[in-house]
Design a protein. Structure first.
Length: 327
């Protein structure tokens, strides 16, 4: 039987993690905020990791992962997505000549100025086995000469479907939800002012689920919170999906929420110039907007078209396990 070591360190990776796969789990602690991390570990019923590093920087993660891999001697290292933890795990495994499995491989926004895009490309170049969320991602990797490329679907959809059905709240479709955490949105006073000015035009209340840095910078820049915006503490995964499922629309700069809103058939305003989840835009459910343009779309009503199954049929984790059994 093959031995796997999985390396994760962020909340989106927790959502995609497969509890049923026999593996050793390394938690880097890239998302270091206890409230944000613990609420997801508990809500997703993920057992305590085999190794906890509590590191946020790339070099420190690599230094922490390397001795674990030396001790465990896995046949494969599994990494997810496009964050620092992904790159650290891939680099440590590559250094030790351990084959790398990249889950969510082949996603591209074609914006090399974003560190996540550079990480996606770097990790795909280091990996040996590729599990993609879409056929488009699979075709891209095959066109680049990659072998062992498998379309399995988006793993976060499996997790979302596992908590259905979700109960309809009394205020269904009478509110909008918002998350904000990207540096290009929250590290600029003018961007934050434009975003807050745009959402102040909403004819519905907006629930802003705050990242610690977002909350800090709103205070640092002395930016007034519009009266129609309520600041909320992070929710557990099931509770957040419930609020999204019955929201009028979603406003975000998160990659994961774009996919979840798309599958839930909720219109999404993404505060970015590009996205790696291009199908959400192509099918009309997702609109890319700059901070100074949000006011134009905040009260518009639209519906997309197409089939959410472009990201699989909520069987990605099972599909991955089947492929791993036959490596």
């Amino acid at each position: 039987m093959k031995k796997f070591v999985t390396i994760i360190g962020t909340r989106p990776q927790l959502i995609k993690y497969d509890r049923e796969l026999k593996q050793k789990l390394v938690w880097t602690g890239q998302h270091y905020d206890k409230l944000l991390s613990n609420v997801f570990f508990k809500g997703l019923k993920i057992p305590r990791p085999d190794y906890v590093l509590a590191q946020t920087e790339l070099g420190a993660m690599i230094d922490g992962i390397t001795p674990i891999l030396k001790k465990e001697q896995p046949d494969y290292v599994i990494v997810y997505g496009d964050c620092r933890t992904t790159l650290a795990g891939a680099m440590a495994a590559h250094y030790m000549n351990i084959p790398i499995i990249h889950i969510e491989a082949g996603c591209r926004s074609y914006n090399d100025s974003m560190i996540e895009e550079r990480i996606r490309i770097a990790v795909d170049n280091l990996s040996s086995v590729f599990f993609t969320s879409s056929e488009k991602a699979k075709d891209l990797l095959i066109s680049q000469g990659k072998a062992r490329v498998f379309f399995v679907g988006a793993t976060q959809i499996d997790t979302m479907f596992s908590i259905f059905p979700t109960k309809k709240p009394k205020d269904a479709y009478k509110y909008r939800i918002m998350t904000l955490h990207r540096d290009f949105n929250i590290e600029s006073k003018s961007s934050l002012e434009n975003i807050m000015g745009g959402v102040s035009k909403s004819d519905m209340s907006i629930e802003l689920y705050t990242h610690p840095h977002t909350k800090k910078n709103l205070k640092k820049f002395n930016i007034a919170i519009p009266k129609n915006v309520s600041i909320k503490r992070p929710l557990g995964y099931k509770q957040m999906i419930n609020r999204m499922a019955f929201a009028d629309k979603v406003i975000t700069d998160s990659g994961g929420l774009q996919v979840e809103a798309f599958v839930l058939r909720r219109p999404c305003i993404t505060l970015r110039n590009d996205t790696e989840w291009t199908e959400t835009v192509e099918q009309g459910w997702n609109i890319l907007v700059s901070p100074d343009g949000i006011g134009e779309y905040i009260n518009k009503t639209w519906r997309g078209k197409g089939d959410w199954q472009v990201y699989g049929v909520a069987q990605a984790k099972k599909n991955i396990r089947i492929y791993l059994e036959n490596l």
